[in-house]
Design a protein around this ligand. Structure first.
Ligand SMILES: [Zn+2]
Length: 186
């Protein structure tokens, strides 16, 4: 077999193995999670030990959804699909959500994931929830593929930071923004 064809075959086999190994391990690790479901809400799921966070979300989620809908001028497309997952271990948060262990929250098309490190800055909990709701609000309408492909990250993050009153950008100064904008023009 020609060397080039062997190299291509090896590449394909490596790719398949990579997808298989990482995909399966992720699926396996997700199967080991055991969430409690809040009986009074279809939207809130939590790990044992995160009950303090549950109460906060339960008390605030309906108001946050209404506020966000007013700010982004549309109702959620599928509010019944919205779920908030609250973790009591930051490593488990990270491996379930695929977000950095340093983040307080993250989101997919319908799910918000909250790390227990939110407790270190509990005053930001409400705005972090709203930031993630902003992402889900758009993503429910246009789908994940278009969300990633068609809308620039600066717009999505800028909107989420704006509607949440600054969540996720608390440590960004005007100088940092100015130099980032200048770099992007080069
Ligand atoms: Zn964001």
């Amino acid at each position: 077999m020609p060397l080039r064809r062997i190299m291509i075959l090896r590449y394909i086999v490596s790719l398949i193995l990579l997808v298989f190994v990482t995909g399966c391990s992720n699926i396996y690790s997700r199967l080991t999670y055991d969430f409690e479901e809040l009986s009074s809400s279809r939207n809130i799921f939590y790990e044992n030990g995160a009950e303090d966070l549950v109460k906060y979300v339960d008390d605030n989620l309906a108001d946050l959804v209404s506020e966000l809908e007013a700010q982004q001028y549309l109702e959620f497309k599928a509010p019944e699909k919205l779920k908030v997952f609250l973790f009591n271990d930051k490593e488990r948060y990270s491996s379930y959500s695929f977000a950095s262990v340093r983040t307080r929250g993250s989101a997919t098309t319908n799910d918000i994931y909250i790390s227990p490190i939110i407790r270190e800055r509990i005053g930001t909990f409400r705005s972090i929830l709203k930031h993630e709701l902003s992402h889900i609000h758009i993503r429910q309408y246009i789908g994940t593929w278009s969300y990633i492909k068609d809308i620039p990250g600066w717009f999505l993050e800028g909107l989420a930071v704006e509607v949440s009153g600054g969540a996720g950008a608390e440590n960004v100064s005007v100088d940092m923004l100015t130099s980032a904008a200048q770099r992007s023009h080069r």
